[in-house]
Design a protein around this ligand. Structure first.
Ligand code: NAP
Length: 539
């Protein structure tokens, strides 16, 4: 077994690396660390593996990246032995996959479940991190890897009267494990993002009445989900390397039918036919119809208008249809993918309430009050999203050199080098952190690329006898400028989305993910590594 980082008794650390989170990122990180001979432990707040897919068990939850691509590619055998049943697999199947991976590589023996990290403090004199767990237990590690996910800290708005409501409340991102039966109930759903759009049609099938409170209408494309035929699965399995390579060559890290041409080069009939064909095929592929849809407002309008026409075609009540028609850029907020979302509003027991001009006043013992109308509910579902990208990191009191806290350092918005590290916090890595493509890409390949980069970096440090790596402030500044520059060129940075922190009051408005595309980002990470970790200080 290769030598670990611990060379002498006075240097003794509990682990070479401590990983926070046992979702897809933390699990693969553990796998790589073990194979490199590092001692590692994963700390996980939940009672089992799966991260996002462990917590988000709301009705209708499924991934909207095709499952054959939303899966690990590090082990060809794993890829061949696992068979997805549907184009977009439901949450229980994705969670079963996470469990399969944990079993297959015997990961659980190095994961501590039901255990929350509360603080992490860098001790410069000992060149290690002291990590505090709930209950005040302390663990030391040479390196800490934050595999805490981009959408993991749920956001429930601070509604007045929230504790007075006598019915049941649920957050989509913290759904009860034994499920919820809404049969015969009067249900209110607050929010119309991806989670709401997936759950509303399913809740509507059970509930006696369903009232949806919409602040911002969202664009959603039909999933056209379907079982995968054995022939299709066999074809994918036979051509996985090509599929993965094509995915890696695209900005999204996801093999879609991506057309780089401009919509302005074709006639109205032609682009409408293209949109129709993509609408009928389903999924986020819709937005890849033309290369300028996310860069040119006029180009974007052609796609937005098409979707609005589909909404008007689907929803019988013209007033409700208009209310469901978004007014912003399509794709500016994350595009949603649904099954029967718009058609659900044709059901007589489903009602849509516009809270865009007048916000929800408060929750009451019997329901909620909005614009002078009292609504009575047995249950209220908060589909109100997450404190994205930085929330889970700030949830832990992380302190680097000189005791400076991450919250203080990032008070004006996250500052990272490649979304992997932040200056002044030596030996701390973030998997799919702010400043990396993360949420703008297929998360699985982005996770694997980050984990591989971090694992290779730790092995390189060990081989050269380095114990400390820290991003330089200059490299971080230059990367931040580049992240902002590419964001400014995209329409995506122009609306009040969670990408810019707009959904959380007081959060600085900064476009957090890197929008320069997966291949360009990977090339930069590889270049940094090949130049002996250029932009990092080593000791
Ligand atoms: P979200 O997109 O942030 O949506 C939250 C919703 O709650 C928005 O409609 C928001 O309105 C509304 N809201 C928040 N505070 C409110 C308030 N005080 N009053 C009224 N409405 C309020 O959250 P999400 O739906 O959980 O999705 C988050 C992300 O998770 C997605 O964008 C996606 O990346 C990921 N996700 C993926 C899948 C999938 O793969 N299928 C499924 C679910 C989630 P505003 O828009 O006006 O802020």
């Amino acid at each position: 077994m290769p030598e670990s980082f611990t060379h002498s008794p006075e240097d003794a650390v509990d682990f070479d690396a401590l990983v926070v989170g046992a979702g897809f990122a933390g699990m693969y990180m553990l796998y790589r660390l073990r194979r490199l001979g590092f001692s590692a432990q994963v700390i996980e707040a939940g009672s089992d593996v799966g991260g996002t897919w462990f917590w988000n068990r709301y009705p209708g939850a499924r991934c909207d990246v095709e499952s054959v691509q939303y899966s690990y590619q590090f082990d060809r055998e794993l890829e061949q032995e696992w068979t997805w049943s549907e184009k977009y697999s439901p949450q229980p199947e994705i969670l079963a996959y996470a469990n399969h991976v944990a079993d297959r590589y015997d990961l659980r023996r190095d994961i501590r479940f039901n255990c929350r990290v509360t603080a992490a403090r860098y001790q410069a004199d000992r060149r290690l991190w002291e990590v505090t767990l709930a209950g005040d237990e302390r663990i030391t590690a040479r390196h800490v890897v934050m595999a805490t996910g981009c959408l993991s800290l749920s956001n429930t708005p601070d509604f007045a009267g929230i504790d007075e409501f006598r019915g049941a409340t649920y957050h989509t991102g913290r759904w009860p494990h034994d499920g919820v039966d809404f049969t015969g109930q009067r249900v209110g759903v607050i929010g119309t993002g991806s989670s709401a759009i997936q759950s509303i049609p399913v809740i509507a099938r059970q509930a006696r009445t369903l009232t949806v409170f919409q602040r911002t209408a969202n664009y959603t494309i039909p999933a056209r989900n379907a079982p995968l035929s054995p022939e299709y699965v066999a074809r994918i399995k036979a051509s996985y390397p090509e599929l993965r390579a094509r995915a890696r060559s695209l900005p999204t890290g996801y093999a879609i039918n991506y057309n780089t041409g401009s919509v302005h080069e074709v006639s109205r009939e032609e682009y409408r036919a293209e949109y129709r064909q993509r609408w009928d095929a389903g999924g986020v592929n819709f937005l890849a119809a033309y290369g300028d849809l996310l860069f040119d407002a006029e180009a974007n309008r052609t796609a937005a208008d098409f979707v609005k026409d589909m909404i008007r075609e689907t929803v019988h009540d013209p007033e409700i249809a208009e209310l469901l028609c978004p007014t912003n850029i399509i794709g500016c907020k994350r595009l949603c993918v649904d099954t029967n979302y718009y058609a659900t509003y044709n059901l007589p027991h489903v009602r849509l309430v516009d809270v865009s001009r007048v916000p929800i006043d408060r929750l009451t013992p019997d329901g909620l009050l909005h614009d002078g109308t009292a609504y009575e509910f047995d249950a209220i579902v908060f589909a109100t999203g997450f404190d994205a990208m930085t929330g889970a990191l700030f949830d832990i009191d992380i302190r680097g050199l000189d005791g400076i806290s991450l919250r203080e350092k990032w008070h004006g918005g996250p500052r990272t080098y490649l979304g992997l590290a932040t200056a002044g916090f030596p030996n701390l890595f973030t998997v799919t952190g702010p400043g990396s493509p993360s949420v703008l890409t297929n998360m699985l390949p982005s996770i694997e690329q980050h984990v591989n980069w971090i694992a290779d970096c730790l092995a390189w440090l060990r081989d050269r006898g380095h114990e400390v790596i820290d991003a330089s402030p200059e490299a971080e500044l230059a990367w931040g400028e580049h992240v902002n520059e590419v964001a400014a060129a995209s329409l995506r940075s122009t609306c009040a989305s969670w990408y810019v922190g707009a959904n959380v009051p007081g959060k600085p408005r900064v476009f957090m993910p890197y929008i320069g595309g997966f291949p360009r980002y990977v090339a930069k990470c590889d270049e940094v590594a090949s130049r002996d970790y250029e932009g990092f200080a080593l000791a």
